[in-house]
Design a protein around this ligand. Structure first.
Ligand code: UDX
Length: 450
């Protein structure tokens, strides 16, 4: 099929590249001309593992191209994926102005009926508004549009694999034709008929994704409800960790056993600095607002949000407990991205933490394997190290703020020698307390006996 993808952020670029990978002809567009220029020149504006293989191959084979002019993308596609940002407004609501803008462009440029699919995370009922907007903006041409919601469940860092091997594909539609078109789009993923660029051996044997057709309202709600539930789960684990700390229990042991219960499941129970990124915090806020406007009291989610915000203060208390005075001290920070395997620093707990430390008068030298360029743009006032060892040099404390695999395998003897005081405060429970103590470190983490 001929597909246009509007928006080339983390979601749009992965969606466009993977749709091309499974055999469609795809044109991606973005109103940020510099991004399109970079993509056309062979660059990739984000770090997302797998894209470095998928994008050049699809371009070489002529299935993927980038256009700065959105009218070109509208003229090209039979179906459009809307993947533009829906950032939070000051009151926490999702800002839907980019979606409205795209609707206007599609409606004024399209000459024949099109399928318009919302992939950006949006509050329930946005699809209805989108339908209305398209018909209002197309009143002169009288072109008809079908609208569908196809929420993404892509995790940054593993998004290419998540797209090609999803556990479920949710499509919200209100007519059969839209559902048929979406099935055609996803057919290779459903039948697992493509050469997987990320897991070469798993395609034939892995379970096929579950296809769930819903109403448009339900599809929109599924996405918000899923992400809010994940946030709730993390905050719950963090509260249990605080309790474990007081009672002398070990949160690692506790969540391991909890997770063996299939009703609970093992994921998203890691205690630490809390959740960040561009999805969970904003989706939870928008969901709470949606509930409030709908007359439903979802205070429970507000609590989850408060718990998450308190993680940074709680962590700084731990650091202060060890250092006594923070002002004037040299502190090394390992990790700036909101989670490993991404360069994304939006709403990253690590960034909040560094700001907190700077506010207390600490001197910070940070290192991240991929996110330093993006961090520099929002945190120009700290020092950036070329390696974890350089970040540790002369530091009176070394903080682990993102659980990159690389940090598990450091030469800890070398780190200890480089530091002014061998103190590690682990915000992600990445390391073993026993092992670090045996190596001569003072070691603090969340919810585990010191
Ligand atoms: C999330 C959803 O998982 C995905 O389905 C959706 O489409 C987009 O939002 P993402 O934002 O990439 O994906 O990150 P995710 O892997 O969900 O992690 C979110 C945050 O929670 C990270 O900051 C992570 O460090 C934190 N986290 C995760 C924890 O603190 N503890 C955990 O146990 C798991």
């Amino acid at each position: 099929m001929k597909i246009s993808v509007i928006g080339t952020g983390y979601v749009g670029l992965v969606t466009g590249a993977c749709l091309a990978e499974i055999g469609h002809e795809v044109v991606c567009t973005d109103n940020d001309a510099s991004k399109i220029e970079m993509l056309e020149a062979g660059g990739i504006p984000i770090y997302e593992p797998g894209l470095e293989n998928v994008i050049p191959r699809a371009r070489k084979e002529g299935r993927l191209s980038f256009r700065a002019n959105p009218a070109d993308a509208v003229a090209f596609g039979d179906a459009f994926f809307i993947c533009v940002g829906t950032p939070p407004l000051p009151n926490g609501d999702a800002d839907l102005s980019a979606i409205d803008h795209v609707a206007r462009v599609i409606a004024t440029e399209a000459k024949s009926p099109k399928l318009v699919i919302e992939k950006s995370t949006v509050p329930a009922r946005t699809g209805q508004e989108l339908k209305r907007a398209l018909s209002v903006y197309a009143r002169k041409s009288n072109v008809k549009f079908h609208v569908a919601s196809n929420p993404e469940f892509l995790r940054e860092g593993t998004a290419v694999g998540d797209f090609l091997h999803p556990d479920r594909i949710v499509v919200g539609v209100d007519d059969e034709r839209a559902e048929r078109q979406l099935k055609d789009i996803y057919r290779p993923v459903l039948d697992r008929k493509f050469n997987c660029p990320v897991h070469t051996s798993c395609c034939p044997d892995g379970p096929a994704p579950v296809w769930q057709t819903t109403t448009i309202n339900s599809a929109e709600l599924i996405k918000h409800a899923s992400n809010s539930f994940l946030a709730l789960k993390i905050s719950y684990a963090n509260m249990v960790a605080d309790l474990a700390e007081q009672l002398g229990a070990d949160i690692g042991e506790v969540v391991r056993a909890m997770g063996m219960d299939p009703r609970i499941g093992p994921s998203f129970l890691s205690a630490g600095l809390g959740y960040g990124g561009f999805c969970l915090p904003k989706d939870l806020q928008a969901f709470v607002h949606l509930a409030e406007r709908s007359g439903v009291d979802f205070t429970m989610l507000r609590e989850a949000e408060k718990i998450n915000k308190r993680r940074i203060g709680h962590f700084v208390e731990k650091l202060r407990g060890a250092l006594w005075v923070v002002r004037g001290k040299q502190i090394g920070v390992l990790g700036l991205a909101f989670k490993p395997n991404t360069d994304d620093v939006r709403f990253a707990p690590a960034i909040d933490l560094v700001n907190h430390l700077l506010g207390e008068g600490a001197c910070v030298r940070a290192y991240d394997p991929k996110a330093m360029e993006k961090a520099r743009a929002i945190l120009p006032q700290i020092e950036y190290a070329k390696s974890a060892y350089e970040a540790a040099k002369d530091a009176e404390a070394l903080i682990i703020a993102t659980e990159w695999d690389e940090f598990r395998k450091l030469d800890w003897d070398r780190i200890r020698e480089a530091m002014a005081r061998p103190l590690i405060v682990d915000g992600r429970n990445l390391l073993s307390p026993r092992e670090m103590q045996d190596r001569g470190f003072e070691y603090r983490s969340f919810g585990r006996p010191d």
